[in-house]
Write a protein that binds this ligand. Structure first.
Ligand code: ZN
Length: 435
């Protein structure tokens, strides 16, 4: 029922738009001038957030960044809550909630970065319109966009009309396990949400947004063969050995599946020999074998990226089928783990992008187009895919070099993205026919 209602709402909001765009309403103009009025404050908040180390494994730091943003949401009248992450071995998540009318919006951010306290990259460094710092675009900048869009809505008296849930996870860069516990709060928020707006920096270009992300999960192949002297290889009682069977399986994966659009499956490590010792936590291991002994064991681990759950299931079925057949005197098993699900490019997501693009044009920033899903890695928004039919990501600021010590932000894009987000939220909250 909820997706249908929202689909109607979206189509009703979209259809009457005149070609060439509408201009901003009086209220929308007020909202954007409030964003401008607090532009310096936004940069200050970003500086404070970036100067707190919050590498995913620095639990105290992640919690401290959580407190910083929690204070902002408290001040805006949100009900806030810290969800402790002990049971998935991470810091936890910040949740904020405010009830209003209209569809419920779920805004997604994350508090952690890839830079642990051991990294040389620790502080916010500004030069004119550009600043460098750990997490400055991925994604403390996006978190600040959320805060400043909401502040502008509040200052112009428009926040009360919107139903909002905010989830800022503490372990996006290195998610805790088990994953179902680590993402339970996000999924619970998605279950009651109608529309998802996520503020990752996408491909770091504010003229694009993300309507589809590939999912990413893992697989492991275990192969056994009959040990024997190499001179007896291919004899009936010895067969082909584990090394040949592993290579047959990989070749058949390649023959059957390679080239399918947006599907990739990469064997990352392969070990074969008489004795194989694979350590998953080290993502590696050792193999021992003599050239005159038929390999008894092989292990291969890899990832699997797909654009839809259906494609994931189909690829897994093909892989299982290939593994079932065996070369003489060998056997193999394949196991799959649950990783990040895909965000499929749904109709609702494309409609939301069209609406966001219209907002951008009305603000004078021009058209926004979709990021190629091949260039959009897995992210938290994907966990909402089964529950919400209207989602968009990449609403964070511009900049680049994420995950490197050269990470930077184009500071004026903070205000730009806050304006776009605030106006979009305001339009989404309007019921058709009300304004
Ligand atoms: Zn991120």
């Amino acid at each position: 029922m909820k997706p249908i209602a929202v689909a109607l709402l979206l189509s009703a909001t979209l259809t009457p738009l005149p070609l060439g765009g509408q201009s901003l309403s009086e209220v929308e103009r007020r909202i954007t001038s409030e964003v401008d009025a607090s532009a310096a404050e936004a940069i200050d908040l970003l500086e404070r957030a970036v100067n707190i180390n919050s590498g995913s494994m620095n639990f105290d730091g992640v919690r401290e960044v959580g407190v910083l943003f929690r204070q902002e949401f408290d001040a805006l009248g949100f009900e806030t809550q810290w969800i402790d992450g002990t049971s998935w071995d991470r810091a936890g998540h910040l949740i904020a909630r405010r009830d209003g009318s209209g569809p419920r919006l779920l805004l997604i951010g994350h508090l952690d970065t890839v830079f642990e306290p051991s990294s040389p990259f620790q502080s916010f460094d500004r030069e004119g319109d550009r600043a460098q710092g750990p997490g400055v675009v991925d994604m403390k900048g996006g978190d600040v966009v959320i805060v400043h869009a909401l502040k502008a809505l509040a200052a112009s008296g428009e926040l009360d009309d919107i139903s909002i849930t905010i989830v800022m996870t503490g372990d996006e860069e290195r998610s805790g396990r088990p994953l179902d516990l680590a993402r339970a709060a996000l999924i619970e928020a998605a279950e009651e949400a109608d529309i998802v707006l996520a503020f990752e920096n996408g491909d770091s270009n504010p003229m694009t947004a993300v309507v589809a992300r590939r999912g990413s999960s893992g697989w492991r192949l275990d192969v056994t063969g009959a040990p024997a002297h190499s001179s007896q290889l291919f004899q009936e009682e010895v067969g082909a050995g584990a090394a040949y069977e592993a290579s047959r399986i990989l070749s058949e994966f390649y023959d059957r599946l390679a080239g399918e659009p947006l599907l990739t499956f990469n064997p990352g490590v392969m070990l074969a020999g008489t004795d194989v010792d694979y350590d998953p936590s080290a993502a590696g291991g050792s193999a021992f074998g003599k050239s005159n002994v038929v390999a008894q064991t092989a292990v291969v681990t890899g990832d699997l990226r797909t654009i839809t759950l259906e494609q994931l299931e189909r690829a897994r079925a093909t892989m299982r089928f290939v593994v079932l057949e065996s070369l003489p005197r060998t056997s193999a098993t394949i196991t799959f783990d649950d990783g990040y699900p895909p965000l499929a490019p749904s109709d609702g997501n494309l409609r939301l992008l069209a609406m966001f693009s219209q907002v951008s044009e009305d603000l004078g920033y021009g058209e926004v187009t979709a990021v190629d899903p091949r260039n959009a890695g897995a992210a938290d928004v994907s966990f909402t895919a089964g529950f919400v039919e209207i989602a968009i990501d990449g609403l964070g600021p511009g900049g680049g070099n994420d995950h490197t010590v050269d990470e930077w932000i184009d500071l004026p894009t903070l205000a730009m993205q806050s304006k776009r987000a605030a106006v979009l939220m305001h339009r989404l909250a309007r019921r058709p026919g009300v304004e």
